[in-house]
Design a protein around this ligand. Structure first.
Ligand SMILES: Cc1ncc(COP(=O)(O)O)c(C=O)c1O
Length: 354
């Protein structure tokens, strides 16, 4: 019996998401925060965790956290739903929406999980290349909307890996033209200092995603979907009952209790990002782009497969995006702490001077 034939064609044909586990001294490849909690806060959090009844299931739907984050984002409690990272919310969206040959539209390049999840859930994926300045190609997207009527469109704001925020006007035009749901994924929104949350009042087909993964708590897997209550109610039926474990619920509450500390770290990352960008601009053959996120996207005049390996050999892990087309010899480096940024700069300069 060939078990593999039981696997959906869409699953068999894809590579899947690969998160390499490579030992490193500077981990600058996954857009996490470089800062761990100050030790006094860590102790406070672990003390709180001692009161958890590990023999009991978590509270389904994490109602307390849902309420607190609704307040934080300035929306009604029934507009928010919590996922095991925003990845799970992307999966819930793709699972719940009609899929008999329906289309999910994504600009490319963008966060690869949209395509992986959409195609494994049976959707056809329409990929629309970004313009040469990495903004949305509005005429191309509008014509796909007219032809394919996508049930879902994913827009990362800021976009990964290109690090920019798409034009707000183009996003609004896409929402207005769509009969499906437009998801604005603000995973990196804190580093851009802007949000499209106010547009929720205007558009009933808009959904916004947020996550704590980029602002210091990647380990707890905490993502938020914010949208109209009628839609959230339906999507919530697909959520597994105990998707958010109790330890993560406690840690998410702790995030809001100590929001100033976390926002301070975000401020530090933004300041370091600008320093790192200026330093990269000075390296011959390296062309960094403006960043609204916690990482810098850059192209190189050299083979980045080679640069990636040499950096990894020196314990510096960044993301090699090299592939035919617009990402040819492109890389993405997460803003690290000041020491990591210096080590990365020193090492890449040494490699390029060889
Ligand atoms: C644009 C974007 N959205 C969502 C995610 C996933 O976030 P989470 O860790 O909350 O699943 C990522 C992670 O890299 C991302 O880059």
């Amino acid at each position: 019996m060939d078990l593999i034939t039981l696997i959906k064609k869409e699953v068999r044909e894809q590579e899947g998401y690969r998160a390499d586990i490579v030992p490193s001294r500077a981990k600058m490849d996954a857009n996490e925060s470089p800062f761990s909690l100050p030790s006094a806060l860590k102790k406070e959090l672990f003390d709180k965790m001692q009161n958890i009844s590990l023999n009991r299931y978590p509270e389904p739907g994490a109602p307390l956290i849902r309420k607190r984050f609704a307040g934080y984002y300035g929306v009604a409690d029934d507009m928010i739903m919590i996922g095991n990272g925003s990845d799970e919310l992307i999966q819930i969206l793709c699972t719940a929406l009609v899929n008999s040959s329906s289309v999910v539209m994504v600009p490319v390049p963008t966060f690869v999980m949209y395509k992986i999840i959409a195609s494994s859930s049976g959707h056809r994926v329409a990929e629309v290349p970004l313009s040469t300045s990495f903004d949305l190609d509005l005429p191309a997207m509008l014509s796909r909307i007219a032809e394919d009527a996508p049930v879902l469109t994913f827009l990362s704001y800021p976009n990964s890996p290109t690090s920019n925020c798409f034009s707000e006007k183009s996003i609004a035009t896409i929402i207005e033209a769509s009969r499906g749901i437009v998801v604005v994924d603000e995973a990196y929104g804190s580093f851009a200092g802007k949000t499209l949350l106010p547009l929720l009042k205007k558009y009933e087909n808009l959904v916004i995603l947020k996550t704590l993964s980029k602002v210091g708590l990647a380990a707890i897997r905490m993502g938020f979907l914010i949208g109209p209550p009628t839609l959230v109610r339906e999507l919530d039926k697909v959520r597994l009952p105990y998707n958010i474990n109790t330890l993560s619920q406690v840690a998410a509450g702790f995030y809001l209790d100590h929001i100033d500390t976390f926002l301070g770290q975000t401020g530090d990352i933004i300041a370091s990002r600008e320093e790192l960008l200026r330093a990269l601009e000075k390296i011959r053959g390296v062309h960094p782009y403006h960043s609204d996120a916690n990482f810098i996207f850059f192209s190189c005049d050299f083979d980045t497969d080679h640069i990636y390996s040499l950096l990894a050999q020196e314990g510096i892990l960044i993301k090699n995006l090299n592939s035919p087309g617009v990402l040819k010899n492109c890389m993405r480096v997460t803003v690290g702490n000041r020491e990591e940024n210096q080590e990365f700069l020193k090492t890449i300069k040494k490699i390029l001077l060889k």
